[in-house]
Ligand binder design. Structure first.
Ligand code: NAD
Length: 353
């Protein structure tokens, strides 16, 4: 079996961590008996410098034709003077997400016990696992609802959800839960908002249709509090665009470093996989960036785009082993701990597959 992947490494640490992820993907592919064909294309600042724009047409066409899009990260101070739509983030990344109609953002946060000292809530998580997957709706809700208006006297946004939008994100959450511990917490504000009342009705119907998944509901204000009080109670959180934006960042803080956080954005055809952090210009070129978020994003790609669940699990396990064996890049090292660079961390994961 052979899979086509569009590789958009992007800017600053993007290419450095991408090289390590590809090393690990190739190693697991050969062990599992499949191959990955990579086609590289430009995005972000690298595309601006080479072609004048952050998202060349060839890049978008390659993404549409590929089995999955594997992205590094984009942006940097060199391009901050440009107008928003010409910048790497808006004109490159957001435009790609929009063009591919990516509607479900999956952000797993796992606190490895050996890294618990980096968790701001370590007293509350002691001895317990934190392993949360936030499934956030990405293309609807108050960020996109019409009408919108702004005058000196009034700012107007519209929060609207339609049944089909709610159903497809719930389906993504339920599907993810079946490969985990089988629990979904649907987060809404159904005591106040009409859009949330519809959300809850659809969630209840979905729960009845999938009795094998344990469904609970929580108001968003309580969910924000519960994530701090007892994060280990959550498995999959499925929620709308605005609530998911806030809760996924809140839960990300539990992992201690952006360098540990992968993500997947699912669309109706091609999906996109990228680390949650940015291009980290402050550490680029020094060989110290943590490649694990990119490597784990690659594992999510194998799982969600290609159905190579075994290969993905081997990567998750190898990352866990590398951490258990004491390998640390600077961002996840505790006081006095030895550190390794980007390449050594990539090698360590590949060796432990
Ligand atoms: P950032 O996420 O790049 O960095 C924040 C901090 O986290 C920095 O100290 C950085 O060194 C550290 N960090 C991030 N990833 C790391 C890794 N893999 N290993 C070790 N440390 C890591 O955020 P920023 O500095 O605010 O933004 C830098 C640029 O990235 C900006 O141009 C921003 O717009 C862009 N950005 C891009 C994305 C994306 O491509 N998805 C997301 C966020 C920001």
């Amino acid at each position: 079996m052979s899979y086509n992947v569009a590789v958009l490494a992007g800017d600053h640490i993007g290419p450095e961590v991408m090289a390590e992820a590809i090393k690990v993907l190739d190693a697991v592919a050969s062990a599992e008996g499949f191959s990955l064909n990579y086609s590289k294309a430009l995005i972000g600042g690298a595309a601006i410098d080479a072609t004048g724009g952050p998202l060349p047409q060839e890049t978008l066409e390659l993404c549409r034709e590929s089995g999955a899009v594997f992205l590094g990260s984009v942006g940097g101070p060199e391009w901050d003077h440009l107008p928003p739509e010409k910048r790497p983030e808006v004109g490159g990344l957001l435009a790609t997400r929009k063009a591919l109609e990516l509607y479900a953002n999956l952000r797993p946060v796992k606190l490895y016990p050996q890294l618990a000292s980096g968790c701001p809530l370590k007293e509350r998580t002691d001895g317990k696992t934190v392993d949360i997957l936030t499934v956030r709706e990405l293309t609807g809700g108050v960020y996109f609802g019409e009408p919108k208006a702004l005058s000196d006297e009034e700012g107007l946004d519209t929060m609207v959800y339609r049944a089909h939008e709610v159903d497809r994100i719930l389906e993504a959450g339920f599907a993810a839960a079946k490969n985990r511990s089988g629990r979904v917490c649907s987060v809404d504000k159904a005591n106040v908002l009409r859009s949330s009342m519809l959300w809850r009705q659809r969630a209840e119907a979905m729960g009845k249709a999938h009795p094998e998944v344990e469904l609970s509901h929580m108001y968003v204000d309580n969910a924000a509090m519960q994530l701090i009080l007892d994060p280990s109670q959550f498995d999959v959180i499925v929620t709308g665009n605005l609530f998911g934006d806030i809760l996924s960042d809140e839960s990300a803080a539990l992992a201690g470093s952006l360098g540990m956080l992968p993500s997947a954005s699912l669309g109706s055809s091609v999906h996109l996989f990228e680390p949650s952090g940015g291009s980290a210009p402050d550490i680029a070129g020094k060989g110290v960036a943590n490649p694990l978020a990119q490597i784990l994003s690659g594992a999510m790609m194998l799982e969600h785009s290609f159905g190579e669940v075994n290969a993905a699990k081997r990567i998750y396990d190898a990352v866990e082993k590398a951490i258990a064996d004491g390998l640390r890049t600077g961002d996840i090292a505790g006081p006095g701990e030895d550190t390794v660079g980007t390449v050594a961390m990539g090698d360590a994961v590949a060796e432990r597959l």
